[in-house]
Design a protein around this ligand. Structure first.
Ligand SMILES: Cc1cc2nc3c(=O)[nH]c(=O)nc-3n(C[C@H](O)[C@H](O)[C@H](O)COP(=O)(O)O)c2cc1C
Length: 363
């Protein structure tokens, strides 16, 4: 995360947190008047995880919250200084600022607008601001009493029928303990439709890196596959190509690169272990993927009933009898019959997605 100072109206410095990758489509977060950018912090983090670049702006301190002119001049200046047209997401009276800033010629400044719990803006209704909004807009209601909600709704319904360009969607999100997650879901869905990310493409014959990136869009857990070599020493490697295959009989598989140092041992092993890692085992995942490390040096393990090394404190350790082996390009598929599984249901998994470790962030 970095902090950037934009120049607002009259040269006023306005600080913003900037998060995420420069190449991702941008989202500008505006807090309610009187709130700082901390209010959007969790949403900002979640948007970055879903591939957005986030600018989380602080409004200037205003003694009179109804004095909106400098606020919306600020916002227009910030938008003009941003490298690309963001979707603007505004909370509460931040929505008043955003609608006014974007009503006249918003399409040049922003790709979309999301208004979350905006109170009724009498002045804007009177002056027809909403109906002049010419950008895709999502109005999220439900954070207030039903009467307030329906007043905001009426204003935008009027805009829908009167406005020549109005492109307004509405949604109702009742106050509930999981409202923030529901809001995030709606926000992400709106962004995917209205501000799509550029699709990448792999075609047969393209470089393997692009294929790897395409495969990396499938989120997985991480395992360490283990066995004993001919001398009885433990071997193991990190693998995320794990899949459950069958319940009856109980089968699973992992795909092992022919080039892996442990491949000859795993090709011959009558038994092998698959240890699914929990969030605290990221160092083990790194160690079992790195060359030249003594992988078992500081690694607590114990032999299972078939002798295979099982790693202590894993989320689950499967002990398998080799069922079959299938050649598959530069990998082979090792299918195991589960003879025993020891698991600890209360730990969180270590996840892997787009080449990075991740953890669960939705409860
Ligand atoms: C998250 C992650 C997942 C991996 N998944 C696999 C896999 O499914 N199959 C595989 O052969 N290698 C996989 N690797 C790579 C191996 O762990 C790595 O090449 C390791 O050094 C192989 O060790 P070895 O050469 O001693 O067998 C993965 C690595 C990481 C970091």
């Amino acid at each position: 995360m970095s902090v950037i100072d934009y120049k607002g109206f009259g040269g006023m410095p306005l600080s913003a947190d900037v998060l995420g990758d420069d190449n991702d489509p941008a989202v500008l977060l505006i807090p309610d008047v009187g709130q700082g950018r901390l209010a959007w912090r969790d949403v900002a983090d979640a948007l970055v995880l879903s591939g957005r670049r986030v600018v989380n702006l602080d409004l200037r301190d205003a003694t009179d919250s109804h004095e909106l002119t400098s606020h919306f001049e600020d916002l227009r200046l910030v938008l003009a200084q941003m490298g690309s047209r963001p979707v603007v997401v505004a909370a509460g009276r931040g929505g008043w600022i955003a609608t006014r800033a974007l009503a006249p010629d918003g399409a040049h400044l922003a790709a979309g607008l999301v208004l979350v719990d905006m109170p009724v803006d009498e002045d804007a209704i009177a002056s027809g601001v909403a109906e002049r909004l010419a950008i895709p807009t999502l109005v999220v209601r439900g954070g207030f009493s039903p009467a307030q909600c329906s007043a905001v709704s009426d204003a935008f319904n009027a805009a829908l029928s009167i406005g020549e360009y109005a492109d307004i969607e509405e949604s109702d999100l009742a106050l509930a303990s999981d409202r923030m997650e529901a809001l995030l879901g709606q926000l992400l869905e709106f962004l995917e439709r209205r501000q799509p990310r550029e699709a990448m493409e792999f075609k047969a014959g393209s470089d393997p890196r692009t294929l790897r990136d395409a495969m990396g869009c499938f989120a997985t857990g991480i395992t360490i596959v283990t066995a004993l070599d001919a001398a009885g020493a433990p071997v193991g490697l990190t693998a995320n190509s794990f899949t459950s295959v069958s319940l009856d009989p109980p089968l699973l598989l992992v795909c092992i690169a022919n080039s892996a140092g442990t491949a000859p041992v795993l090709r011959e092993a009558a038994h092998f272990g698959v240890n699914v890692l929990q969030i605290g085992q990221q160092p083990a995942s790194n160690r079992f993927a790195a060359r030249g490390e003594d992988r078992f040096a500081n690694q607590p393990w114990a032999p299972g009933q078939t002798g295979v090394p099982l790693l202590g404190s894993s989320l689950v350790s499967f002990e398998c009898e080799r069922e079959s082996l299938h050649e598959a390009g530069d990998h082979f598929i090792l299918v195991g019959r589960v003879v025993r599984a020891q698991f600890e249901p209360h730990r969180d998994p270590l996840l892997y997605f787009r080449g990075k470790y991740r953890r669960l962030h939705f409860a």
